[in-house]
Design a protein around this ligand. Structure first.
Ligand code: GLA
Length: 434
């Protein structure tokens, strides 16, 4: 296909994987550690650097139209979540990092098998793949940590204020091990998952593109506001605080203490913008221009108590999960399952990032043998991840397939593959032509 599109052959190929987050949802952008694995599904780009200044992009999937642009005038339109913008984010990240101007272009054919808008990070995989493509085409090098940080930052050109989990695991993953990803500074350490269990991904078939709605940024904003109100309550310099983790670090207390402080300092009733301004002693104008993001300007209710409770309790669950894996890897499947179930409940009730289909799917998964099941990724649709004892896997896959995907008329929802086992895969790679 590359040959018929561009009349030449690729010089090199790059792949970058999607991910499934085992535990630690919506806490990376609050500064807390998460525990994802890379999946085998990936983005793959065939590349030929050219001498002109044009970037030409094509996709093996005809749903995604061809696109071309000048390499020296990259425009990323936040109002349209079109596929090529994710490529441009990766390109622009590298261009800006090195402060390059007058770049030459490339011909790229993009292929991918990560289900889109399903919480498996197809968009970040494309950003990371494009970043590594650009770096390779320039003949330059960076560490994986630097690449992950650059791509996490540059994906925000899309308009969503994601954390760094997806880009970090796409670069730092290693086959056979989950990674505890920690931030500031970014680092990844191996966490061996229990051998007697399999992690199974199931797609709710509700598509959620986090760039197409403001749900995601509203949560980021609520966490930022909660951090500021908690900091103010504790007489910390609240205007310097952006993330819930910073409040804990400045106070030097445990996550359990932060849960208690949340109960003392915040109330469960939603906060209006006016109340937030009263608490922080700022004007509405200051709130809008200095704290709120462009697509959260019109939000009327902020649930600060619930969001902070989720974040602090989820951060504690990640550490419990990791400790259990390390202490008794062969005897903890049931306990790990319970922690995953608690995570789902918190995402559903406190963070409100689930949806009826995801709630039904986790119930179906638990009913047919999962020790635990939860939504994974941003939520509001997309996939669940379940921990299933290895000996129950075949019956689990067959039963979930039948119970969730079979329609009453006997036909099944046309989405393949919709429920599949996964194991920790490797990170992004460059393949050079011999
Ligand atoms: C998206 C973001 C991540 C993370 C998850 C939720 O995938 O890109 O940074 O916040 O949602 O855990």
């Amino acid at each position: 296909m590359f040959n018929s599109k561009f009349g030449s052959i690729p010089k090199f190929y790059v792949r970058a994987p999607g991910r499934v987050n085992i535990i630690g949802e919506h806490i990376d952008y609050c500064g807390y550690s998460v525990l994802p694995i890379a999946i085998e599904q990936d983005m793959l780009i065939a590349v030929e650097p050219v001498k002109t200044h044009t970037i030409q992009l094509a996709n093996t999937n005809s749903l995604y139209p061809d696109f071309s642009t000048s390499a020296n005038n990259i425009q990323i339109d936040k109002t349209k979540p079109v596929w090529h913008n994710y490529f441009l984010c990766g390109f622009k990240g590298i261009q800006e990092h090195f402060g390059l101007s007058n770049l030459t272009g490339m011909n790229c054919l993009v292929d991918g098998n990560i289900p889109p808008s399903s919480g498996l990070s197809s968009s970040s995989a494309l950003v990371c793949c494009a970043g590594l493509v650009t770096l390779t085409a320039l003949g330059m090098s960076l560490s994986k940590v630097e690449l992950a940080e650059i791509c996490a930052k540059s994906e925000r050109y899309i308009g969503t204020e994601g954390g760094g989990m997806d880009q970090s695991i796409s670069f730092l993953a290693e086959e056979g091990t989950a990674k505890l990803i920690e931030f500031s500074p970014l680092r990844a350490t191996d966490v061996k998952l229990p051998s007697g269990a399999v992690f199974v991904i199931a797609n709710s078939c509700v598509e959620m593109n986090k760039a197409a709605t403001s749900y995601f940024n509203i949560r980021v904003t609520e966490c930022r506001l909660a951090a500021k109100l908690l900091a103010k309550y504790k007489n910390l310099p609240w205007d310097e605080v952006l993330r819930l983790e910073e409040v804990q670090a400045r106070l030097g207390v445990s996550l359990e203490d932060m849960l208690l402080t949340t109960e003392d300092a915040l109330h469960p009733e939603p906060y209006s913008p006016e109340e937030i301004c009263r608490c922080l002693e700022i004007s509405l104008e200051q709130l809008r221009t200095q704290i709120l993001s462009p697509n959260t300007q019109d939000v009327l209710h902020f649930k600060l108590y619930q969001r902070a409770k989720h974040v602090y309790s989820e951060a504690a669950r990640v550490l419990r999960f990791k400790n259990l894996c390390e202490e008794a890897p062969d005897n903890v499947v049931q306990l790990l399952g319970e922690i995953m179930n608690q995570s789902h409940a918190s995402c559903r009730d406190m963070y409100e990032c689930s949806c009826p289909e995801l709630d039904r799917l986790v119930d179906v998964c638990r009913q047919f043998g999962a020790e635990g099941s939860r939504l994974t990724g941003a939520g509001w649709g997309g996939c669940t991840v379940s921990i299933v004892p290895a000996d129950k896997l075949p019956s689990f896959l067959a039963s979930v397939q039948e119970a969730y995907y079979q329609r009453s008329d006997g036909s099944s929802v046309p989405q393949t593959p919709s429920v599949f086992a996964t194991k920790p895969g490797g990170g992004a790679l460059v393949f050079l032509e011999a």
